[in-house]
Design a protein. Structure first.
Length: 126
């Protein structure tokens, strides 16, 4: 498209018509598509649009250090409490913890011996 436009720099309409003649088996792009590609090429030197990189402000180094220090100080802290203290969403706190190899878990005891159970199990095993 860019090369065809280069032959007829004065008119996008003429470039679209010439593109349609040269490539009859392809779908003919609209003039707006042609215009956008030419505009992008003139501005950037490429037909690919540059993607903007978002800056991570919530999970930046300062917030990460604060939350990691809180978890190191109190290992069984609840992420909801960290959310209230640091004013960062729980999802972002978990994202910070996971990126630093911290994984939350809950200890749950499924087998516990009460009262005389231990003595009964010893007798059963003997």
């Amino acid at each position: 498209m860019v090369f065809i436009y280069g032959e007829y720099q004065s008119s996008i309409r003429t470039a679209v018509r010439l593109y349609d003649e040269r490539y009859p088996n392809r779908a003919t792009p609209a003039r707006s598509v042609f215009a956008n590609i030419i505009k992008t090429f003139q501005e950037t030197g490429s037909i690919e649009k540059k993607r903007r990189q978002r800056r991570k402000t919530v999970t930046d180094e300062g917030n990460a250090i604060y939350n990691l220090a809180a978890v190191a100080h109190i290992p069984n802290v609840i992420t909801r409490n960290l959310e209230l203290e640091s004013l960062i969403s729980q999802r972002n706190i978990l994202r910070i913890l996971h990126s630093n190899k911290f994984h939350p878990f809950h200890i749950s005891l499924h087998q516990q011996l009460y009262g005389n159970y231990f003595r009964h199990w010893v007798q059963f095993s003997e």
